[in-house]
Write a protein that binds this ligand. Sequence first.
Ligand SMILES: [Zn+2]
Ligand SMILES: [Zn+2]
Length: 393
Amino acid sequence: MTDSIALLKEIEQEMRELRHQIHANPELGYQEVETSELVAQRLLEWGYEVNRGIAETGIIATLKKGTSSRVIGIRADMDALPILEKTGLPYASRIPGKMHACGHDGHTVMLLAAAYALAHGHSFNGTVRLIFQPAEEGLAGARRMIQEGVLQQFPCDAVFAAHNMPGYPVGKLGFRAGPFMASADQVSVTIHGKGGHGAMPHLSVDPVVVCASIIMALQTIVSRNVSPQEMSVITVGSINAGKVSNVIPDSAHMLISVRSLNNAVRDHLEQQICKLIHAQAEAFGATAEIQYSADYPLLVNDHEMTKFASQVAVDWLGEDEDEVMNDIVPFNGSEDFAYFLQKCPGCYLIIGNGDGEKSCMAHDPRYDFNDDILIRGAGFWVKLTEAFLPLNA
Ligand SMILES: [Zn+2]
Ligand SMILES: [Zn+2]
C-alpha cells in the first residue's frame, strides 16, 4: 500500500504550478470553462468517472474502491472575482478585472491533489465524490447544482468543504459545530417622495432626508431590538438619489446587507427593517417600496460530522493547539456550501492562510492563496476520506 501523504509530496511542485496556471487565468461564476477542463482532464486520466456540465461548468467525479456502500462528498469552488489584481506576482491574472482573490484556485488544486493521492493509493473502502462547483461568489452555484439534482443522482452520506482563512497561522485547521457562517440577505429600498425646486423644500417631499433618517434609525435595530449576545449586522452599502444640488429628486434608492447567525434573529431583523422603513417613510409623507431577498442561508455544521472531522485532524496532526483549533468563532461572511449542508450532514472548516503582514484578507486586490497549505489541505481530504471509508468496514 502506498502512503497517500508521500504521494502528495511527489506531486507538490506540479500542483503549485497548476495553481499558478489557474490563478493567471481566472474565470468568473458559471464561466469556469478552462478551469473545469483542466480539472476534468486530470480526473479522467486518474480513473475517475467524470460527470461534466452540471450547473454549466460544475463537475462530479466519482471513484469507488472495495465493497462498502458508504459515500463521502468533498467540494471545492472554482470561480474568481471581478477585481483588478494588484499583487505584482509573476503568475498574476492575465485578464484585467478578473482575479482569484478568494483562493478558489487553491481550493480547486487542493482537492485535485487529494484526488490524485486517493486514486493512486489503495487506502479506502467505499465511494469518493469530488464536487467541483462553479459560481460560489454571490451566484449560488451550490444551489443550482442541488436544483439540477446532484444529490439525488450522486448521493453522499456526508459532505465536506474548506476555505483558506487569512489571519490564521499557515495550515492550522479550524472547526466549529453548529452555525458557522452568517446568512446574508439583500434589501432593495426605493423611497418615493415628491420632487421640486431645491430652494422651496416645503413644496416637496424630500426622499433624501427620508433616507437619512431611515439609515440612522436602522442602526438602532441591531443595538436595541436584538440581544447583545447575538451577532447581527445591518449595512447600508449603497445610496443613490438626485444629480444636482438645486433639485429635490422624486425618489431615492438604497441597498442594504443584513447578516445573522441565527434564523430566528434573521426573521426578526426582516420584520423590524420592513416595519421601520415603512413607518419612517410615512412619517415624512413618503412611501417605501421594499424588495427583501434572501441571498445565502445560515451555514450550519453538523455536530457529529464536525467532531469526526476535527478528530481526524487531531489524529493526524496531534493534540497541539497550534495545528487544530476547535470551537473557533463563527464568521460574519457567508458561503453557499450552506445549501449542501441543508440537504446532507457535513462540515465546513477553515485552513489558516497565514497571519501578519504577508496575508491580507480575501477579496483584497493584493490577496494570494498560500501555496504552503496546498499539501496540508489535500492531506486532510485524504485522511478524512480514509477515516470515513475505513478499509475494515
Ligand atoms: Zn470570496
Ligand atoms: Zn471564497
